[in-house]
Design a protein around this ligand. Structure first.
Ligand code: NAP
Ligand code: MG
Length: 499
């Protein structure tokens, strides 16, 4: 067997982590998959194998669920006071920050994103969300209710943890996605079986070590690395899982819903998007151009809320396209661990081929490739920031989520907000959108008319811990983060006392 490749920029701590065996975390112990199988994990910046990871399947998921069930029913977690639970979550946030350098390296290496983004934005963002949710642990309350039934009653509600939750996450922000799932589950007192994406298991496993170091009791968080069709499917179908939280493609979202029907487990879904960026003629171009550029090219376009459909008024369309193309040409595309990289590769050969396939479909359907449209280099999976113009609503590039650095640009020549909104809303998705104008009235009127879970006005991407995120239409069920995010992990119980 060839030893996994070690990138020259890896520091000693990330190197030490990579050199360890990457097992499953079940009941506070690191164990191999029962089958003994492992799978390779890659550096998308080179295409090389960087580690072998335990390939958990239905058998391991079952052990993990049993551990999570024991931890849920046991005293250590359930009887812990909310402030103690909050402190443990806060301690995990501290540990993430203390290990930001190492986590940043591992994230850059396994996901491809620039190291500086991972260390300076993603890790602090995760720490922030854990702290935000740590604060909620002591503030999960019910209501007292006025009762009209004849007689004397005292009635109230309590919010209890939903129980054992299965969490299935994608590869586009491995640490962030694990955090969006774990933080509210821990704050509410649930226990978890987490399956990271097959492409990006490493930082979730490192987080598992930090979860132990923080003192979160054994069995509260179990991590089963493996494939969707086996480990993921076993989580979705497991009869003793009370709720499944999923982020990923709409196709798999549908599969999860079907699988969950067996025991009617609760389901929350964060699925795809095709979010509009709507630019009015009075928009401040010095804000709208970089905003629209970031909206599509951040994280190589592998963001569920990416601003992938640009609608710019005819009067400013050319300026927007020239400006975005100009900024795109200056983005330094490179390996996540190369100093100064601003945009990394896409996650895999498959994803690169998928993205390039969409560009070809767009071309064939009559779109013009105004910028990019090509792979960069022969090593790793780098795709140039791409702008397609002359795109039409019926083209696949406009309708489907590409999940890569490809912007579809369209213009409007209309002052009727209803018609503009109709165009922007012409999608099966409804995850996010942004509106660029200096007219406060237009901004609010459009915000009302866009059917999406998050609207930016003169801003597009924002992942603040307090902001709920999630989808209208086929973009999903439920909202993550913010106070709303807690509701995914609690059940309401009414208690009525006859006095
Ligand atoms: P995906 O298959 O939906 O992956 C998401 C997660 O679901 C992964 O952990 C995956 O495991 C798991 N999974 C797959 N099949 C499953 C099943 N039958 N039962 C339970 N879990 C299952 O997404 P992908 O294949 O990585 O990416 C394909 C496309 O999905 C992308 O091009 C993009 O359009 C979209 N996507 C969207 C988001 C988003 O945030 N909205 C994120 C990722 C991808 P594996 O890792 O083994 O597949
Ligand atoms: Mg997949």
């Amino acid at each position: 067997m060839n030893a996994p490749y070690v990138h020259p920029k890896i520091g000693p701590r990330a190197a030490a982590f990579l050199a360890r065996e990457h097992k499953l975390l079940i009941d506070g112990k690191w164990v191999p998959a029962r089958s003994g199988k492992t799978f390779d994990t890659f550096d998308p910046g080179t295409g090389r194998v960087i580690a072998k990871v335990a390939e958990g399947d239905a058998v391991d998921v079952d052990f993990a669920v049993q551990a999570a069930r024991r931890a849920f029913e046991g005293r250590a977690w359930r009887m812990m006071t909310p402030n103690e639970r909050g402190k443990l979550i806060w301690r995990l946030a501290d540990l993430l920050e203390q290990n930001a350098e190492e986590l940043g390296v591992l994230e850059a290496l396994n996901n491809g994103k620039p190291f500086a983004t991972a260390r300076d934005r993603d890790v602090p963002g995760c720490a922030d969300l854990f702290r935000y949710m740590a604060g909620w642990a002591t503030k999960i309350t019910g209501e007292t209710l006025g009762i009209s039934t004849p007689g004397q009653f005292h009635a109230f509600t309590v919010r209890e943890p939903v129980g054992v939750v299965g969490q299935i996450i994608p590869w586009n922000g491995p640490l962030a996605m694990a955090t969006w799932k774990l933080a509210p589950a821990l704050a509410t007192g649930c226990t978890v079986v987490l399956k990271p994406a097959e492409q990006t298991p490493l930082t979730a496993l490192r987080m598992g070590e930090l979860i132990q170091e923080a003192g979160i009791p054994d069995g509260v968080v179990n991590i089963v690395t493996g494939f969707g069709a086996t480990a993921g499917a076993a989580i979705a179908a497991h009869p003793d899982i009370d709720k499944v939280g999923f982020t990923g493609s709409s196709e798999v979202g549908r599969i999860i819903v079907h699988a969950a029907a067996g025991n009617l487990k609760k389901v929350s879904l964060e699925l795809g998007g095709k979010s509009p960026v709507i630019v009015f003629p009075d928009a401040d171009m010095s804000v709208a151009i970089p905003g629209a550029t970031q909206a599509i090219f951040a994280n190589s376009g592998q963001v569920c809320t990416a601003g992938s459909r640009l609608f710019a008024h005819k009067k400013v369309f050319d300026r927007m396209i020239d400006g975005i193309a100009q900024q795109a040409s200056q983005i330094r595309v490179g390996h996540g661990l190369t100093d100064g990289s601003q945009m990394g590769p896409v996650i895999s050969q498959t994803q690169m081929e998928r993205v390039m396939g969409y560009v070809d479909q767009g071309r064939a359907a009559g779109a013009t490739v105004t910028a990019g449209g090509n792979r960069i280099g022969q090593e790793g999976y780098f795709v140039a920031p791409t702008i397609l113009t002359d795109t039409k609503p019926e083209m696949s590039v406009v309708k489907e989520e590409i999940f890569g650095p490809v912007l579809c640009a369209m213009s409007f020549d209309d002052d009727d907000l209803e018609r503009i909104a109709k165009q922007a809303n012409d999608s099966i998705y409804g995850l996010a959108g942004s509106i660029w104008t200096q007219n406060i009235s237009i901004a609010h009127k459009m915000a009302q008319r866009i059917r999406a879970g998050r609207i930016g006005i003169n801003t597009h991407g924002n992942v603040d811990a307090a902001l709920p995120t999630g989808g209208f239409k086929q973009s999903g069920w439920g909202r993550e983060k913010g106070h709303e995010g807690l509701h995914l992990y609690t059940e309401v119980k009414s208690v009525i006392v006859s006095l």
